[in-house]
Ligand binder design. Structure first.
Ligand SMILES: *[C@@H]1O[C@H](CO)[C@@H](O)[C@H](O)[C@H]1NC(C)=O
Ligand SMILES: *[C@@H]1O[C@H](CO)[C@@H](O)[C@H](O)[C@H]1NC(C)=O
Ligand SMILES: *[C@@H]1O[C@H](CO)[C@@H](O)[C@H](O)[C@H]1NC(C)=O
Length: 147
């Protein structure tokens, strides 16, 4: 009886661990990006923290990480603005890419919607087994004010 109970508990623990391990949402497949503060003015310093746990788990281990400010509006906006271009070292533990940046003085619009765009460039084997780098992007909303 004790052993039965024990193995059931062990199985339950294993199931929980598996569920947690595979609980990565699709939205985090290229990285989970946090921008702090998320409301910025030109010249202001901000911190970007990207959790790459899920990206790596889904086979999207970054080679390069490019960060841009991108805008959408009903009219033409110039950009995206390149904020940082980083090389990722997969021995980084925990798998977090963190840096600070300053929001550049640029042509901002009160009616535009802004995001921080992360482009994760990762290597995957192609049909012949040769490694090919493809890119996946994720947008994180930010506000830009005070320009
Ligand atoms: C990174 O994301 C994973 C998966 O969501 C989570 O388990 C882990 O705690 C996060 N790491 C940090 C430092 O926030
Ligand atoms: C990156 O590291 C993780 C964890 O050690 C590993 O599972 C993954 O296969 C590595 N990715 C590459 C492309 O080496
Ligand atoms: C942007 O500003 C609006 C209005 O103040 C606020 O509701 C929203 O949470 C802000 N978004 C971010 C990402 O800070």
């Amino acid at each position: 009886m004790f052993f039965n109970f024990f193995s059931l508990t062990a199985l339950a623990a294993l199931a929980t661990a598996n569920a947690q391990g595979s609980s990565c949402p699709e939205a985090a497949r290229f990285g989970n990006v946090n921008v702090s503060p998320s409301t910025l003015s030109p010249g202001e310093t901000f911190t970007v923290t990207t959790n790459l746990t899920c990206a790596i788990q889904k086979g999207n281990t970054p080679t390069f990480l490019d960060y841009c400010i991108s805008a959408t509006a009903t009219h033409t906006v110039t950009g995206p603005i390149l904020i940082a271009r980083r090389t990722y070292d997969n021995t980084t533990s925990p798998p977090i890419d963190q840096f600070t940046a300053v929001l550049p003085n640029w042509f901002y619009f009160t009616d535009a919607t802004y995001s921080l765009l992360l482009d994760n460039s990762f290597a995957r084997p192609g049909p012949t087994g040769e490694s090919v780098i493809t890119t996946g992007g994720i947008l994180t909303p930010i506000n830009i004010t005070g320009f």
